[in-house]
Ligand binder design. Structure first.
Ligand code: TYD
Length: 207
């Protein structure tokens, strides 16, 4: 059995915090897991991440951006995800192909089909078993966060972009409900964490 789980959501939903808490829980309970993230996650992939998120690169072409995310993904798969899965570990990845589908395919308007194809080339059979979507609208997320981080090239894109991204996720979930576990992230951090663990228990990842 392969256990490859991805975590998705808009900016400011608390993905990083929730993942950190989950990692701590796994360590305390002796689960054989790897936590990683995209873009980046390995040495070469982190170099690509820096180019992608550098606010000075505001002239980057949208298609160039899509290819760089895919390039980072290929390297990260090779360096981190594939070896861990081969060792029988459970891999949690903070963002993966679905981020590209919605940010580049829908948000940037490159077209979902095109970005799905590009990512098929990048990941082949390495699709996640399922994807946790932390559900919080950009309106609520940015309010909680106190606004966008302007030093991050992606976060700095205007608000309507993030609305498109959120709607993009909703569309993917409607079209592929079997792929997603949707978790309402509008409550407290503790409530969201409890829901997350419940899902992982039901899916047989946690005993
Ligand atoms: P990061 O600081 O890791 O943001 P977050 O904590 O929200 O995950 O930056 C990753 C940014 O890259 C984020 O704005 C989403 C974006 N992104 C894409 O546009 N396409 C992708 O394929 C991936 C993986 C991320």
């Amino acid at each position: 059995m392969r256990n490859f789980i991805t975590i998705e959501g808009c900016e400011g939903v608390g993905k990083t915090y929730q993942t950190r808490l989950l990692k701590q829980y796994c360590e305390e309970n002796g689960y054989n897991v790897v936590f990683t993230r995209e873009p980046g996650g390995s040495e070469i992939a982190e170099q690509i991440r820096r180019i992608l998120l550098d606010a000075n690169n505001s002239d980057m072409d949208d298609l160039c951006e899509a290819f760089l995310y895919a390039a980072s993904r290929i390297q990260h798969l090779k360096d981190i995800v594939k070896p861990a899965l081969e060792e029988g570990k459970v891999v949690f990845c903070d963002r993966y192909v679905h981020s590209s589908y919605v940010y580049q395919g829908i948000g940037r308007g490159l077209g979902l089909d095109k970005i799905v194809k590009l990512n098929e080339i990048a990941v082949g059979e390495y699709m996640p078993d399922f994807t946790v979507f932390l559900d919080l609208s950009p309106e609520n997320a940015f309010m909680r966060k106190g606004g966008a981080d302007k030093t991050d090239r992606m976060e700095a894109v205007d608000y309507s972009f993030h609305v498109k991204v959120y709607e993009g996720y909703k569309r993917l979930i409607a079209e592929h409900p079997e792929q997603f576990e949707v978790i309402d992230a509008s409550g407290t951090k503790e409530q969201t964490q409890a829901k997350l663990r419940e899902v992982l228990q039901r899916r047989g990842i946690f005993k």
